[in-house]
Design a protein around this ligand. Structure first.
Ligand code: NAI
Length: 263
């Protein structure tokens, strides 16, 4: 028996990469997993769309009407475009908000999202504030405009992750989450060797940007099991008091880039 035995966890993005590794670890620990993805999942939903977010709520409720113990919002894309805004910010927030009522019956409810080390990279402040205002059409059109210019396109992914990390900080200590007994946190991985990164590795400019944007003094790039074990702990009953933290599992990139100004 493990601390996860008998618990029910919803994992988005469970068909690949970090989500798949997390699902495997937690299922092997005795948890029931409800997987959500575009394909190969219990609930098929495109979280970048309103219809898909509705399919998420309805699909999960139909499968586990008595409730769940945790949500792991992992589904995301690595692109620098409006799709990243729809999936990485609005899809992730919608996942957490829409599934929150299903956490109510749990004795140890937990929620966690996957931000990124890119949250500390340069961002477009207007895009970030438009996302935090909840203005999805406005954010999509801002991202589309940024994507047209090679000088600004590279700001979009980091902006989605910065906005998500700030949403976690704002939301976690609130009535809806902390006062309801739900521990809400996020992780910010460094470079994780998943299909998403394998695609980016083919881009020479992306590889060249690693040295400055992603210094990794502790062992370099990591397999998906590394962030997966952290996610597993964050949804365990043992994580009783962590609230609103963005935990960097990034081989030291945050410590190098932000130094001792952040503690
Ligand atoms: P991946 O590409 O291996 O897996 C992502 C999964 O999300 C896929 O199964 C995909 O089908 C699903 N997905 C994408 N769009 C979706 C949508 N609209 N609706 C539902 N599901 C959708 O990528 P990986 O690396 O496992 O990424 C998982 C999360 O980790 C993402 O949020 C990503 O931004 C984040 N991340 C990844 C890092 C890396 O180096 N791989 C570093 C930091 C953060």
């Amino acid at each position: 028996m493990t601390e996860h035995a008998g618990r029910v966890y919803v994992i988005t993005g469970a068909a690949s990469g970090i989500g798949a590794a997390t699902a495997a670890i937690l299922a092997a620990s005795g948890a029931r997993i409800v997987s959500v993805d575009l394909r190969d999942a219990d609930v098929i939903a495109d979280l970048g769309t309103l219809d898909g977010r509705q399919a998420l709520s309805e699909g999960v409720t139909a499968l586990v009407p008595s409730g769940i113990d945790a949500v792991i919002a992992c589904a995301g894309v690595g692109s620098e475009d409006a799709v990243a805004v729809a999936v990485n910010y609005f899809g992730m927030v919608a996942t957490l908000e829409r599934l929150r009522p299903l956490l109510r019956p749990s004795l140890a409810p937990r929620a966690v999202g996957v931000a990124s080390m890119a949250a500390i990279h340069p961002v477009d402040d207007r895009l970030v504030s438009t996302m935090l205002d909840g203005d999805e059409p406005g954010a999509l059109s801002r991202a589309a405009r940024l994507a047209e210019d090679p000088g600004t396109a590279g700001l979009i992914y980091g902006s989605t992750k910065r906005a998500f990390a700030r949403w976690i900080r704002r939301s976690a200590p609130s009535q809806a989450w902390a006062a309801a007994g739900i521990a809400l946190n996020a992780i910010s991985p460094g470079i994780v060797l998943t299909p998403m990164v394998e695609g980016l590795m083919r881009d020479e400019r992306w590889r060249a940007s690693l040295a400055t944007g992603a210094p990794m003094p502790l062992k370099g790039m990591m397999p998906p099991e590394v962030p997966a074990h952290l996610l597993a702990w964050l949804v365990s009953p043992q994580n009783s008091h962590m609230c609103g933290q963005i935990v960097y599992v990034d081989s030291g990139a945050d410590a190098v880039l932000r130094g001792d100004a952040t503690w």
